[in-house]
Design a protein around this ligand. Structure first.
Ligand code: SF4
Ligand code: SF4
Length: 434
């Protein structure tokens, strides 16, 4: 069977071999969790607990009345010791609930529901109540995406995991296949989509087999094998590859009758509907050439990356890594400290040795046009960056900076190591401030 794909993009080394065959494990609890009240796109939550309160695993600790928001939950049994700004993964301080973890933890108890009897509205409410957000990294509140103002005829489940190194979605596909397919059907019911496509890159043959076995020949469910090319999992490229539909610039997938959800989000939707379980833990990948024991772990939200690294065996040969990144290597955030907590959208902790890092100075543009040839959004990254560099943000926006989804390909292919994504971010910030 031939694999499908989109135009442009790049073939990157996968580096999945560090952890793709490592089954999901758990770690010992930390002594403290730090749970940011804003872990999503949209309005931050306000704390609904106070310092000194005893909290239980799965108890709501923050919420907001805003439509675009998602509540947050305690990931442990413990006592609230502070509600204060703490450093987050983007480098900014975020108002957070700090919880001292109780020595004795009780197993949370959930009441099981018959999901076949749930209406679309009940499913959507369960997803909202559980605080589910896009778990591929974007962290957009899922209940908002499940209220499309236009008819939807296709739900695409993003099973690509196209960033190098990351393997947590792969493991979820292989180990939680039934929950993934049932969760996908629940989401399709909400948006009334008669067709579900699982778009999966061909470097996950066991994932493809697991999905095929689960789906069988059920009508309306398809598995589409995709080329292993970056950014295959980004929404517009995934829609093009699987349905041949083009989302117009500046528009959302719903314009072409599509909703896209990540595999982790579908599993979380299933757990929310079936058990009423809120999103207070997630699977992520700890990997890289500087990781002593790469693998995939399920961790409570709010656990610091330092604790997770230590529980996974620490740094390889005890040597400090040259770089720590939260998320994937192309779109993730470099970290300078290890007391940063994992949030709902954290897909990986990457540890890179000094040797693995290519360090070159930022040089002037040599007009090679490689960035233009590879940009999957058909933008002119050279013109965007040269204008933004001189503070001409309006001009940079005219060249399409606002349509850039920061995939990082232009930076990857640029021989002058131009800081193009940073200049795009500067442009977006300047435009938002207007
Ligand atoms: S301009 Fe934006 S969308 Fe295009 S390659 Fe660069 S980061 Fe990706
Ligand atoms: S790849 Fe780099 S050097 Fe080449 S045109 Fe683009 S910005 Fe300029």
């Amino acid at each position: 069977m031939s694999v499908k794909t989109f135009n442009r993009g790049v073939y990157l080394p996968h580096y999945k071999e560090y952890s793709e065959e490592k089954a999901i494990t758990t770690i010992a609890l930390p002594s403290e969790v730090v749970i940011p009240l804003s872990q999503h796109i949209g309005a931050p939550c306000k704390a609904v607990v106070s310092v000194g309160d005893k909290v239980k695993t799965g108890q709501k600790i923050g919420d907001s009345d805003a439509f675009v928001s998602a509540p947050v939950f305690s990931s442990v049994d413990g006592t609230v010791t502070a509600i204060e700004p703490r450093p987050g993964f983007t480098g900014n301080d975020v108002e957070s609930v700090v919880i001292e973890v109780a020595e004795k933890q009780e197993e949370p108890s959930w009441s099981e529901r018959d999901i076949s009897k749930m209406s679309g509205e009940e499913i959507k409410q369960a997803v909202r109540d559980a605080g589910i957000v896009g778990m591929g990294g974007a962290a957009f509140p899922t209940s908002v995406k499940l209220s499309p103002p236009k008819p939807i005829d296709v739900l695409i489940i993003n099973a690509c995991e196209c960033e190098p190194f990351l393997t947590c979605d792969h493991r979820v596909i292989v180990e939680m296949t039934e929950a993934l397919v049932l969760g996908s059907k629940l989401i399709a019911k909400v948006v009334d989509a008669p067709r579900i496509i699982f778009g999966i890159e061909s470097n996950k043959p066991d994932g493809i087999e697991a999905l095929k076995a689960q789906v069988g020949d059920e009508e309306g469910l398809e598995i589409i094998e995709l080329d292993v090319k970056y950014p295959q999992g980004s929404e517009k490229q995934l829609i093009k590859a699987t349905t041949d539909r083009e989302v117009p610039p500046g528009k959302l997938p719903l314009e072409v009758g599509v909703v896209v959800q990540n595999v982790g989000t579908a599993v979380a939707a299933y757990e929310a509907c079936r058990f009423g379980k809120p999103l207070y833990e997630r699977v992520l990948t700890v990997t890289g050439d500087a990781a002593a024991n790469p693998g995939n772990v399920k961790v409570p939200i709010g656990t610091t990356i330092g604790h997770i690294i230590e529980q996974c065996g620490g740094f390889k040969d005890g040597k400090e890594p040259g770089k720590v990144v939260l998320g994937g290597p192309m779109t993730g955030f470099a970290q300078t400290r290890l007391d940063i907590p994992v949030v709902k959208g954290t897909s990986g902790i990457l540890l890179f040795s000094e040797e693995m890092l290519v360090k070159t100075e930022h040089m002037p543009c040599v007009r090679c046009a490689r960035c233009v040839d590879h940009c999957p959004m058909y933008l002119y990254p050279n013109s965007i960056s040269s204008n933004a560099e001189r503070g001409f943000y309006d001009k940079a926006a005219e060249w399409g900076a606002m349509d850039c989804f920061e995939c990082g390909i232009c930076v990857y292919v640029c021989p002058s190591n131009r800081p193009i994504v940073q200049l795009v971010r500067d442009t977006k910030k300047a435009q938002a401030a207007k």
